[in-house]
Design a protein around this ligand. Structure first.
Ligand SMILES: [Zn+2]
Length: 303
């Protein structure tokens, strides 16, 4: 049931689910074709978003570079690119610390330089705020306007990227972790803690009835598990429950597994374990059992 590594299945379609309010997306794109960049030669190649996202977006070829990031844009000022690079470096330090990672030695970079791409999009782009792929992420004006960049969106997208980089090249062509875990972890690391009580939990579940009868976050293994026609309630509400499902794994009143188990899980994925196997290895609980027992466990966990 917990199918993993589905490169063929997803090869021609890019899966995008957006959180309209937060504007958070993650893509697990297929093998695309690199777009030609017009005008000046980029400083270095390849630019991954052209091949690993559905978007062939322009940029001026002159990124602002920090230790771990190259911030591209077609229109943003140097100051803005620098600001975003610095903000993202701080977010990166926090994520590395949470995961107990000291270096990027275990990352698999697909470009020839070990830096993470950021593309700042300043054109009108209403659908989402961020979009992560194996080697970087896109930030739209929803998340990053001239005056402010959302730390939450940056951390969310960056956690996806770190997950991709830790789990190896396979994650560039297909989804290798369950949606609930991928999005829940991104929200957890970004600091979201929305559901704290049983009434809040049951209320959210009832609001998600349009997406899935008796909504169980852990049963959302792939985006296809969700009702594609559902729109209004899905984004924020489902992500809140995904985060809850991830928080339970680490919380001392839940499974109390150290957060750095996530790093080991991604290493397992890199070594070829399925998500279900890696999950059971790291959390000592089978994915099937977690899914079956989720509601019962929440009854114990939430006041
Ligand atoms: Zn996401």
């Amino acid at each position: 049931m917990q199918a993993v590594r589905q490169p063929v299945r997803f090869a021609d379609s890019v899966l995008i689910v957006c959180v309209l309010l937060l504007g958070i997306c993650v893509g697990h794109p297929g093998l695309g074709v690199s777009g030609e960049e017009g005008g000046r030669e980029p400083n270095w190649a390849p630019i991954l978003w052209s091949s690993l996202t559905p978007y062939d977006l322009p940029h001026d070829g002159y990124p602002f570079e920090t230790e771990h990031f190259a911030v591209y844009s077609n229109t943003a000022s140097e100051r803005k690119k620098e600001f975003v690079g610095e903000q993202t470096e701080r977010a990166f330090s926090e994520i590395m610390s949470i995961l107990h990672l000291e270096t990027t030695d275990s990352f698999t970079f697909l470009s020839h330089r070990p830096v993470i791409e950021i593309l700042l999009i300043e054109a009108h782009w209403p659908e989402w705020g961020g979009f992560a792929y194996h080697g970087g992420f896109l930030l739209s004006p929803v998340a990053c306007n001239p005056y402010y960049c959302s730390d939450r969106v940056i951390k969310h997208e960056l956690m996806h990227v770190v997950g991709f980089l830790l789990s190896g090249p396979g994650s560039a062509i297909g989804m290798i972790v369950d949606v609930w875990f991928d999005e829940g972890l991104a929200e957890y690391v970004a600091g979201a803690r929305e559901i704290h009580t049983m009434p809040a939990y049951t209320h959210r579940r009832s609001q998600l009835a349009e997406v899935m009868d008796d909504f169980n976050p852990v049963s959302v293994h792939t985006w296809e598990n969700l009702n594609a026609s559902a729109t209004s309630a899905f984004g924020v509400y489902a992500y809140e429950l995904f985060e809850l499902a991830v928080r339970y794994l680490f919380d001392e009143d839940g499974l109390a597994v150290p957060v750095e188990a996530v790093t080991e899980l991604y290493v397992d994925l890199h070594e070829g374990y399925s998500f279900a196997d890696a999950f059971e290895r790291q959390f000592g609980l089978s994915l099937d059992d977690y899914e079956a027992q989720f509601n019962e466990r929440m009854l114990d966990f939430l006041p």
